[in-house]
Ligand binder design. Sequence first.
Ligand code: BG6
Length: 483
Amino acid sequence: MSHTMVIFGASGDLTSRKLIPALYRQFQRGRLPNPTRIVGVSRSAFTSEQWRAQLTESTAKFVKGDFNNESWQAFSQNIFYQPGDIGSEDDFHKLASFLTEVEGSQTTDRVYYLSTMPQLYAAAITQLGKAGLHLEKDGKRRVVIEKPFGTDLASAKVLNESIHQTFREDQIYRIDHYLGKETVQNILVFRFGNTIFEPLWNRNYVDHVQITVAEEVKVGRRGDYYDKAGILRDMFQNHILQLMMVTAMEAPVRYTGEMVRDEKVKVLQSVRPYKGSDFAEFGVRGQYTGYSEEQGIPDDSQTETFAALKLYIDNWRWKGVPFYLRSGKGMSCRSTQIVIQFREPPHMLFGEQKSFRPEANRIVIQIQPAEGLQLYFQSKVPDSDMKLRLSELDFKFDSTGKELPDAYQRLLLDALNGDPGLFARSDEVEQAWRIIDPIIAAWKSPAAPTLHPYEPGMWGPEQCTEWMHAQGRNWFDVCPILH
Ligand code: BG6
């Protein structure tokens, strides 16, 4: 069986920065199905040789020390290019002939990867259908779709409906690259591959959960896109809700793509919709100072570059436990972490004063960059009169010190091999929009809560810290230690 990955948007940044390096690394490790051809499609009039030459340079730059001439020669002989415009039906017929030519008579599983502008997703799929490229006469046909999947519930539904005219749901792979991260998959192993944590993972022991995706980077050159999207669309609707799903879901009956996704969707279905004053009280909006001076941003922009939300998951396990979700650009450090904050001991035996309250237990799952996990607990200060101190058990995800593989490596391989478990299903995407849409609408309305400025290099606006204090809680504002 042979494989072909057809990349639309071949001349784009994602292709050279992520997709080709990921495929090359998997090839070097002998994991790519053999043979796997890569066919790039975009409007630029390159030949296959020219595209290969460009990719040689960019791949060497992005995979750094892992680049090796011999393996690149072997890999790149299966790279081809066919110019094409998504608006042209004729170009898709030409593409069909080109694919037949490079694949010969071999039965071939084909993956169409849409790495184009999101406005072109539906058109590209319709054209694939018109040219008969979706038909599974001589191998499987799948389509991978990059984020963003819609800009709200209505557009996501329209997009789903339009794709479903050509492809069945089981042929559609919607990317959320957070699911390809090793440490995100490890949450499932941590929870369901052990017995000692799961009994505590519920409302009886957990006070609250914090999910933070902090980025030191600012908006940079993506101003045009970002100002329309804002942080709720850019980070919450997809990545942060995915992290919440894997943290909160029930154990699936078996580890299959559908069963895992069934459990994840149930989490979103259980999220309590905001009502009335929740829109103002259950969140904090922020914008870093200097945002409106960046390229492509209007002077009076009211777009959030920081947001914190409090969500409740109304089910048997989590009823009453707040999930605090927060993300921002221009924060003090890059850190994605999930904090499981346990309740305080019911009765305190130690401490000089009655009011002494030691910090309660906490598990911190470090998604990136210091991939690992810490368990915090109280221990006795040696040679003291029952004095307590906060101690820590520290687990490093990869003790070899090597960088973990980029999320795309795993996701591209899964798409080629037909494993949809780490991709978002249509109901998942729509349900996520159902949660985020009303908040975006309320935050755009005249009754929107104040947009608080914050200095870059902080943990967001100080009002967010106060908001947490007012609820008797503290953010875990600790930058990870990189060794
Ligand atoms: C992207 C967002 O989806 O994820 C970016 O559009 C963000 O704004 C990025 O910077 C974060 O990904 P990672 O893997 O660097 O955490």
